[in-house]
Design a protein around this ligand. Structure first.
Ligand code: SAM
Length: 225
């Protein structure tokens, strides 16, 4: 059974899409999309040999080798011109790593219409990347599984501007303010206050001072959620 987290990512894939799942690990997501009939063809990209081999084995075991192409490549370079990929999924990594992957492989996004990103932490990095690169956030989701809280961002081409609060917590999630969303930011506030308190007793170097200012700003912002 697919995790609720990956099932939520899959729910944002349009029927008939051609998907590239970047950092696919076991290729669970592309296999699931094919099995459900939503997608006919997918690419699974992996940069690390172990997970790449897991993906190849799993795709073969599922009998999907003709539908899921597994490639060993760095980020979006798993996408080739002839694939006609229109949807990119990229899940289970930190926001800054996802933003880095999007940035360094931008040229491969020419025909891509939708990016579905599921950062484990710091989704802000992806929202900032989106604004700078003319992608807009059309949908967001937040869910809790096994005690962990995950955000999902759905991007399509288009320009948008977001204020600091929207960049941090998500423009769509902020409108909905679900129970999980409120729990996430309550948790973050507790953690930031704890870190801030521990920094109070540290010697105030320039770096510590900057960190304290940043935390104080976040605490003030999220206090308004
Ligand atoms: N996407 C799956 C999920 O959400 O369950 C797997 C997540 S796993 C924690 C992250 C995967 O991303 C790892 O298998 C790692 O090898 C891969 N990865 C990290 N950086 C990558 C990159 N630049 N290009 C392709 N894959 C990458």
């Amino acid at each position: 059974r697919l995790s609720n987290r990956l099932a939520a990512v899959a729910s944002f894939v349009d029927a008939g899409a051609v998907v590239a799942d970047i950092g696919s690990d076991h290729a669970y997501l592309p296999c699931f999309l094919i099995h459900t009939g939503k997608v006919q063809k997918a690419i699974a990209g992996e940069v690390v040999k172990g997970p790449y081999e897991f993906a190849v084995k799993n795709v073969r075991r599922e009998g999907l080798s003709d539908r899921v192409t597994v490639r060993m490549a760095d980020g979006l370079f798993a996408i080739e011109e002839n694939d006609a990929v229109d949807t990119v999924t990229i899940a289970g990594m930190g926001g800054p790593l996802i933003a880095n992957i999007l940035q360094s492989g931008k040229a491969c996004l020419a025909h891509v219409k939708r990016i579905i990103a599921q950062p484990n932490i710091y989704a802000k990095a992806i929202r900032e990347w989106a604004v700078l690169n003319d992608w807009t956030i059309i949908e967001e989701d937040i869910l809790k599984e096994d005690g962990k809280i995950y955000e999902i961002l759905v991007l399509e081409k288009g320009s948008a501007t977001y204020d600091e609060m929207e960049l941090l917590v998500g423009p769509r999630l902020l409108v909905t303010k679900s129970a999980v969303f409120l729990e996430k930011w309550k948790r973050e506030l507790t953690e930031w206050n704890r870190v801030l308190a521990s920094l109070e007793s540290a010697e105030e170097t320039e770096a510590i001072k900057t960190k304290k200012e940043q935390l104080t700003a976040y605490i003030e912002l999220v206090g308004k959620v």
